[in-house]
Design a protein around this ligand. Structure first.
Ligand code: GDR
Length: 333
């Protein structure tokens, strides 16, 4: 009997948190994983997250850029993917006010570039777009589901909304199997240090080890529906396994404030958050998304998806990882 060929997945944003967890997940299911890599000066730190999960050696990285259509056409042609996961973006909301055009180009137009490359070269490939709960912004209803109207509150959210509708449009126009996953905030020890959860757990570790005494945050009243990235990449894959493409909210349904996240994280090392955390007006955003809570009933019913990691377990994992990182740094001297 002829051996069946391993399915091929192409991932943009493979060096980010979700790219690393998704690579690990797909490799575990027998995929060949190819990742798009943007040329950058810091090539040595590029594989950091993949290395952390022990999958660095098993993924193939290819040069390309989501702002350059011809590079994407070449990559899609050479990779001949069965599934394309578009995770690359300028993903930090706060930066999007400082760099709205960079954000629109990478986070918004990047989606058409990749959709076009797939449509031209590999139209049968299944396509996943990383959409965001930020699109709900000044949310019209709670909890938010696939029918909740959008009201983006940042250049980032506007760009994501554009990418979301382009994905829907390519599905409706060309019959492509294109899905948009409206993912609520998802965190892990691999979260970038600029996002609030990692900023907090990193500070907890530094304060506990005597390397710092306080951390300045912005709006402590902001409330988010926080899940674990490892659980959320599974939902991405499940969307592409359905016969019919669609859009899905992925969330836990539980909302927690930044203040409460601080309390949980400092409690991990037996400290009172209030002694170490201050709210700095300079860190407030020009327009804030005050509160989000997702309703992932459709994902539960159609995909059979459910989150497996509780917020408390995730906070403990993140604090522990940051303690280990700083202890290792101290040991190196
Ligand atoms: P968000 O994540 O903007 O929701 O987008 P982030 O962690 O940056 O902010 C969450 C909330 O915390 C408040 N906040 C702070 N945020 C940061 N980064 N730093 C601070 O010091 C701070 N203090 C308070 C914010 O104002 C905000 O209300 C994330 C990103 O991953 C997006 O790419 C993704 O689309 C969405 O989640 C779903």
């Amino acid at each position: 009997m002829a051996a069946t060929k391993a399915p091929v997945a192409l991932i943009t944003g493979i060096t980010g948190q979700d790219g690393a967890y998704l690579s690990q997940f797909l490799l575990g299911r027998g995929y060949r994983v190819i990742g798009l890599l943007r040329r950058s000066a810091s090539a040595d730190v590029v594989g950091e997250r993949l290395r952390w999960l022990g999958v660095h050696e098993r993924v193939q990285l290819v040069d390309g850029n989501i702002s350059d259509l011809s590079s994407l056409i070449r990559v899609v042609e050479a990779a001949a993917p069965d599934e394309v996961y578009h995770l690359a973006a300028q993903s930090f909301v706060a930066t999007s006010w400082q760099q709205p055009l960079v954000t629109a180009t990478a986070t918004g137009l990047g989606v058409i570039h990749l959709l076009e490359a797939v449509r031209i070269v590999r139209p049968m490939a299944r396509f996943y777009q990383a959409s965001s709960s930020e699109m709900f912004g000044l949310a019209a209803a709670e909890p938010q589901n696939e029918s909740t109207p959008f009201h983006p509150r940042s250049p980032y959210a506007c760009a994501k909304l554009f990418g979301h509708w382009m994905t829907v449009n390519y599905r409706e126009s060309f019959g492509m199997h294109a899905c948009s996953g409206i993912l609520f905030n998802h965190e892990s020890p691999l979260r970038g240090i600029e996002f609030v959860t990692r900023r907090i757990t990193d500070a907890v570790a530094r304060i506990h080890l005597g390397l710092a005494s306080e951390v300045r945050l912005g709006n402590l009243d902001a409330e988010r529906d926080w899940g674990h990235a490892r659980d959320y990449v599974r939902a991405m894959w499940l969307m592409l396994q359905q016969e019919i493409a669609g859009d899905y909210v992925v969330a836990t349904g539980r909302t927690t404030s930044v203040r409460e996240f601080c309390r949980l994280a400092f409690a991990e090392v037996g400290r009172d958050w209030a002694a170490h955390v201050t709210s700095d007006p300079a860190r407030l955003r020009p327009a804030e998304v005050a509160r989000l809570r997702g309703d992932a009933r459709r994902a539960r019913q159609v995909l059979g998806w459910a989150p497996e990691t509780s917020l408390e377990t995730m906070v403990a994992e993140m604090v522990e990882a940051d303690l280990a990182r700083h202890r290792a740094r101290l040991a190196r001297g």
